[in-house]
Design a protein around this ligand. Structure first.
Ligand SMILES: [Zn+2]
Length: 173
């Protein structure tokens, strides 16, 4: 019998206090890179070398905690469902945004020879993905895999619990 733990682990307690500032940082990075991405295409002013470096280092600063948080909120999830589980707290447009931006970055790499604009597009997509993971972490009710009302672990694609047959609450995506 597997019942959900009532006591929250230290990692779970730390997720929200880390996720909110991380979300702020990631959104700031995303908006800044988006503006410079457009400016690079329009031939507008580009950031100083220092700001450019800060925007690159910022990706790492956002991504390390985002990956740790992502790993926490998906612990126990089967591999093919990891992305869905990681973004389960996000509204649909955000999930589509993560996928759409990745495709956009690829298209920029293939179709555009504007290296500055492309470099900002890559960082922009990483910041957006980081924003989505941190936003998801602020919204998920429980950490770990989806569970039926009896507390049995269930996959994100199932409609009924494999163990007790109870109807599962709707999947977030
Ligand atoms: Zn069950």
């Amino acid at each position: 019998m597997h019942t959900p733990s009532v006591t929250r682990s230290l990692a779970e307690t730390l997720i929200r206090p880390v996720a909110y500032p991380l979300l702020g940082l990631a959104v700031t990075g995303f908006v800044t890179c988006l503006v410079f991405h457009l400016l690079a295409f329009l031939g507008g002013p580009l950031p100083s070398a220092e700001l450019d470096r800060v925007l690159t280092i910022g990706v790492l600063v956002v991504w390390f905690p985002a990956l740790l948080i992502g790993a926490q909120i998906t612990s126990g999830t089967k591999r093919p469902e990891i992305l869905q589980a990681m973004l389960r707290g996000c509204p649909k447009w955000m999930v589509h945004g993560v996928v759409g931006l990745s495709i956009y970055v690829l298209l920029c790499g293939i179709l555009s020879s504007n290296h500055e604009a492309n470099a900002f597009a890559i960082r922009m997509s990483f910041y957006f993905f980081g924003s989505a993971i941190s936003y998801s972490a602020t919204r998920v009710e429980h950490i770990g895999p989806r569970r039926c009302p009896q507390g049995h672990e269930s996959s994100d694609s199932a409609s009924y619990c494999d163990v007790c047959g109870q109807k599962l609450p709707p999947a977030p995506l």
